[in-house]
Design a protein around this ligand. Structure first.
Ligand SMILES: [Zn+2]
Length: 122
């Protein structure tokens, strides 16, 4: 489907949501309020990758602090534990929001896994 099923002129809330993402793409994949975030479009999904965050408890990070790596089509790699998913890009927006990355396997963490709460105390 190449047109919105809910409105004739991209005025509905779904269209307005994705029109904002088009404006980010047209601004060189930047978000006005999050200048240090990377915009990721991979497999027709839209993500915001915030910088790696070693201080915030994982439960307060996107996807519970799961580590992601994105291989950007321009050659950069984005590795972070704080990703937000905006959803599947609707078909009628895909040509304006083409993929700019692939989801790559997350790298092996270089830091040691923390000890368990009681380990080493006996
Ligand atoms: Zn619409």
């Amino acid at each position: 489907m190449n047109t919105c099923p809910d409105c004739p002129d991209e005025s509905c809330s779904t269209c307005r949501f994705w029109a904002e993402k088009v404006s980010w793409a047209e601004d060189g994949d930047t978000i006005p309020q999050y200048t240090d975030a990377a915009i990721i479009r991979a497999n027709g999904q839209h993500f915001i990758a915030f910088p790696l965050d070693r201080h915030t408890p994982p439960q307060h990070l996107g996807f519970g602090g799961h580590l992601w790596m994105f291989q950007m089509l321009d050659g950069r790699q984005v590795v972070t534990n704080n990703v937000m998913h905006q959803g599947t890009i609707p078909a009628w927006f895909r040509d304006r929001l083409p993929d700019n990355a692939a989801i790559a396997p997350a790298p092996i963490p270089k830091t040691r896994v923390p000890f368990g709460a009681n380990e080493g105390l006996s």
